[in-house]
Design a protein around this ligand. Structure first.
Ligand code: FAD
Length: 394
């Protein structure tokens, strides 16, 4: 009787309860990852595909150190797993946010012996209490902060040594010059916590490499565990002193938790035109307008610069995401879900809950009904007064 570790958005060996448990309980272990078959309108961005490929290569290397082969398959999750898993094997996996993800879990649980674990978020549903709390960020934050404790990350099985990542020597104007994989994610975490984090609160609206952590890409595909990030952040605070900036990194990680726990609660509701709000909404769908937005040809330089950046690099800063989303929704009056789908295909850090949660928030159909609007001209004067960023990308 063997075990299958079913890899999903948890592409690491560190803090991996499923791998650790399978390793302790079985001699024969296989690992499998099923590449998603996209059925959307946009083609997948090359940077997103590259990042996934590098992540899988790094993971396969780490697993090979303990004699586990990572099989990378393509197809529908149900069908692939049905032909891959033997009836007497136990399937180990981490639970993931998302309705399709939950449906796959149920299918596997009904068919096989399974062991499942929760490590995708810092906090868990049972830490929060009432359902209502999850729909209001401030109440959620106060609740988890009052609890004040964190789940400790687990070390990888002792025979695995994380490969060392070469330092990245890249064009300083490329905000996200990083490779995929756990090794690169851990290297970036150390680089960021060594110094830049201590001024995060002042720099986080900027557009360059060290203006924000850039951890989202590794967190999204799980090559970094949020519990490991938090443990290392607390270590840096103990060694060098906590300040408002170090707290703010945790504060932002709480937004990620909030969107995940909300989606786990509300299922597929967020994908409707009216999002989490009651009723349907009518939005325009003008292909030519969307095309100009995607191609960076709206004629608004700040918007076009961000759209060129994401198309070429798979990355856009949080400020940029807010500005271009607001432009698509409030100026072009287009369906917010078209923008969310485009980001889904392009972003190296695409994460279903954070992406759809943020888009819905700006469209006024998320957890709150107010509709934040970002005037690109005012935003440029404030955040790119010398137009360095705009000139670089237009
Ligand atoms: P930092 O500023 O260093 O923040 C640290 C971490 O906190 C991030 O890595 C991320 O995990 C989390 N975080 C920060 N801000 C948010 C936020 N608003 N919502 C949720 N988590 C947050 N984030 C994604 O990870 N994937 C997405 O697909 C995604 N789509 C977005 C779409 C729109 C329209 C908008 C406005 C925001 C989106 N975000 C998304 C949130 C945010 O823009 C990114 O998490 C952030 O820019 C990543 O950069 P960073 O790692 O340097 O973040």
């Amino acid at each position: 009787m063997g075990a299958v570790v079913w890899y999903r958005n948890d592409l690491r060996v560190d803090d991996h309860e499923a791998l650790r448990s399978a390793y302790e309980e079985h001699d024969a272990i296989r690992a499998v990852y099923i590449k998603h078959q996209k059925k959307r309108d946009f083609e997948r961005g090359t940077q997103q595909a590259r990042f996934e490929q590098e992540t899988l290569e790094n993971l396969a290397n780490h697993l090979s150190q303990i004699g586990i082969t990572l099989d990378i398959l393509e197809g529908k999750v149900h069908e692939v797993l049905t032909s891959y898993v033997q009836p007497d094997e136990t399937v180990y996996f981490h639970k993931m946010t998302g309705t399709e993800e939950a449906a796959s879990e149920k299918y596997i649980e009904d068919k096989y012996t399974t062991r499942s674990f929760e490590t995708q978020t810092l906090h868990r549903r049972e830490d929060i209490g009432s359902d209502e709390l999850k729909r209001v960020f401030t109440a959620f934050r106060k609740r988890v902060e009052a609890k004040g404790t964190f789940y400790d990350p687990l070390d990888p099985p002792s025979d695995i040594h994380l490969m060392k990542e070469e330092s990245v020597d890249a064009d300083p104007e490329i905000a996200f010059p990083f490779r995929g994989g756990e090794s690169a994610g851990r290297a970036r975490l150390q680089e960021y916590l060594a110094e830049p984090v201590f001024t995060y609160k002042e720099t986080r609206n900027g557009f360059l490499r060290n203006d924000s952590s850039k951890l989202s890409a590794w967190l999204a595909n799980g090559s970094l565990s949020p519990r490991r990030v938090m443990a290392e952040l607390q270590k840096a605070e103990r060694e060098k002193g906590a300040n408002e900036s170090t707290y703010w990194l945790y504060f932002e990680l709480l937004w990620r938790d909030f969107f995940h726990l909300t989606m786990r609660e509300t299922g597929s509701r967020l994908f409707r035109s009216g999002g989490l709000q009651e009723g349907q909404r009518t939005w325009k769908r003008d292909e030519a307008a969307v095309e100009r937005w995607i191609e960076g040809e709206t004629g608004v330089p700040f918007v076009d610069a961000f759209m060129n950046e994401i198309r070429e690099t798979g990355w856009m800063s949080n400020r940029g995401r807010q500005i271009v989303a607001s432009y698509l929704i409030h100026e072009l009056k287009q369906d917010w879900r078209i923008g969310a789908q485009y980001f889904e295909q392009q972003l190296v850090d695409y994460d279903v809950a954070s992406n759809y949660g943020n888009w819905a928030f700006i469209a006024g159909v998320g957890n709150a009904t107010r509709t934040p609007r970002f005037d690109p001209v005012f935003q440029q004067q404030r955040y790119d007064p010398n137009q360095d960023f705009t000139k670089r990308w237009t």
